[in-house]
Design a protein. Structure first.
Lengths: 260, 264
């Protein structure tokens, strides 16, 4: 009986959280459309989230391209299909691996950062101080951060994809004597709009999800320093889980439109 | 010594000069609960123009909740709350923001924005209230003046993390002063500070009141702070205005609940 009660309480809490998160998202759109707009802060956030994630996304992308090619090579060789390597790597990176891996890295770096920053601002009454000074803290802190992640993630995904393809081309160049020009020509021949557009569109949704969850967890973090840690941690876990849900929906929808 | 409220107001009014008779903050029958925890159970008080009113209460007695309700940071469950004649719960966001520019709020932990320099911290409130100061273009002289008044003009380009606790409190005070407020709400202004720094902050608060002619509502449980700065005191016990009077009157009380505040 106690187990049933516990489970129903957990379920109730889960649905309350979903409801609150949805309300938070609606509030974002409402505040986003209303002036005054915080352009300066938005640019600052874009710089922080975009520019400062470049190295991490670049290194990860490069290694993924490298490893994917190294591990696929023996199997493709076995079937005499090694010339299909650029096509296979290009499509899998652009369609799925690039966006998902970049989003997961950003969930770890950006969502936890936002959660911790806003959580600590809540605990130290900085958000209250902002409100008292006549600035809408939701607009200044939340709208700018969610917009910045939504705009920056697709750019990071494109950058990550390019570096990953470069890593793959490097392996092919060293191991298979394939020139960089031939490699990239083959990749671009294999790619279609049906690969690029859904991947880019879902990156916007990934960015929105990361910003939304990070801000929600931080903005409503419970009082106390322990709450800051919890906000950062749950922001990463929730954002990562939601990314897969968003990815599933995106693939499902793009399957209807592009007949993948 | 439980004072009759009307009698108390009359005594206080008689003590104050004519220009102080105008009520700038009025709270009547304020109630606020968090679940089953009834923090405020019908709290009432009035702050008159130009006076320093100290509200004392134990930790967790609802002092901070009360002043947060005053500036709209928290919603009261019921009761009447008015600042400069405007009832808080009836105000829309724009009017409330305009009213807030007349209220300075010194937070318990200073609440300086970590990611901004001292100068940016002081400029922040000006973003939305420039018209109040005549649509000024160059904010530097204002920032300099506010910092000068708290003796920290040299810290303009420092980050909050580079300041000591006392310096942070002074900068926070300068930030509240930059909009030239008519009322300043102090939430535990000396908490977490050493006795010498506390004295400096109290002295600074007195100087500011003289310089800017503000009305001050000071929330504290520091008896020394209350003795030096208060013109009138309110004791918040069990969520109500338990006793009211001057420091001398209350410190001589034989009521056990009042005595408890003044025991060393």
């Amino acid at each position: 009986m106690a187990y049933v009660h516990h489970t129903s309480e957990k379920l109730k809490q889960f649905f309350i959280e979903i409801g609150e998160l949805s309300y938070f998202a609606i509030r974002y759109f409402k505040e986003f459309l209303k002036p005054p707009w915080e352009f300066k802060e938005l640019l600052r956030q874009c710089y922080h989230m975009g520019n400062r994630s470049l190295v991490l996304v670049g290194v990860t992308g490069f290694i993924i391209g490298l490893v994917l090619t190294l591990q696929s090579r023996p199997t493709l060789m076995e079937f005499g299909a090694v010339s299909w390597m650029p096509n296979m790597v290009g499509i899998s990176i652009v369609r799925e691996i690039g966006p998902v891996i970049t989003a997961l890295i950003c969930a770890g770096r950006i969502a936890s950062g936002i959660g911790a920053e806003l959580g600590s601002m809540r605990v130290t009454e900085q958000i209250d101080a902002m409100e008292v000074s006549g600035t809408n803290p939701f607009k200044y802190l939340v709208v700018t951060r969610i917009t910045a992640t939504t705009l920056m993630l697709p750019l990071l995904v494109i950058f990550g994809d390019m570096v990953a393809l470069y890593g793959s081309a490097l392996v092919e160049n060293l191991k298979g004597d394939v020139s960089f020009q031939l490699y990239f020509n083959t990749v671009f021949d294999a790619l279609e709009f049906g690969d690029l557009i859904p991947a880019t569109v879902k990156s916007f949704f990934f960015g929105f999800t990361i910003g939304l969850v990070g801000c929600y967890k931080g903005y409503y973090s419970k009082k106390g320093t322990a709450g800051v840690g919890v906000a950062a941690n749950t922001a990463v876990v929730t954002a990562s889980l939601l990314l897969f849900v968003v990815d599933f929906i995106a693939v499902f929808v793009s399957d209807i439109f592009y007949d993948l | 010594m439980i004072y009759d409220m009307d009698e108390q107001h009359n005594i206080a009014k008689q003590k104050m000069s004519k220009n102080k008779l105008e009520a700038v903050i009025e709270i009547r029958d304020l109630r606020k609960s968090f679940g089953d925890n009834h923090v405020l159970n019908g709290f009432s008080m009035t702050l008159y123009k130009g006076e320093n009113l100290v509200v004392m209460g134990k930790s967790g007695s609802g002092k901070s909740v009360m002043i947060k309700c005053l500036v709209g940071l928290m919603l009261a469950d019921s009761g009447f709350l008015a600042v400069m004649g405007k009832e808080i719960k009836t105000l829309d966001r724009k009017t409330l923001d305009a009213l807030r520019s007349d209220i300075g709020f010194l937070f318990q932990g200073s609440a300086l924005y970590d990611s901004m320099t001292v100068r940016e911290n002081l400029e922040f409130p000006l973003r939305r209230h420039k018209e109040k100061l005549g649509n000024i273009k160059d904010t530097l002289p204002l920032v300099h003046e506010a910092l000068e008044n708290v003796g920290l003009a040299h810290t303009m380009d420092l980050m909050p993390s580079e300041l000591s606790g006392g310096m942070k409190r002074r900068v926070a005070l300068a930030r509240t002063l930059i909009l030239k407020p008519k009322i300043i709400l102090y939430d535990e202004p000396t908490s977490g500070l050493d006795p010498i720094t506390s004295k400096e902050i109290i002295q600074l608060m007195r100087n500011i009141q003289k310089m800017y002619g503000t009305s001050s509502l000071i929330i504290t449980h520091d008896v020394d702070c209350a003795r030096v700065i208060s013109e009138r005191m309110v004791l918040l016990v069990d969520g109500v205005n338990y006793a009211e009077g001057t420091f001398d009157e209350l410190s001589k009380s034989t009521d056990p609940k009042v005595e408890a505040f003044f025991k060393k």
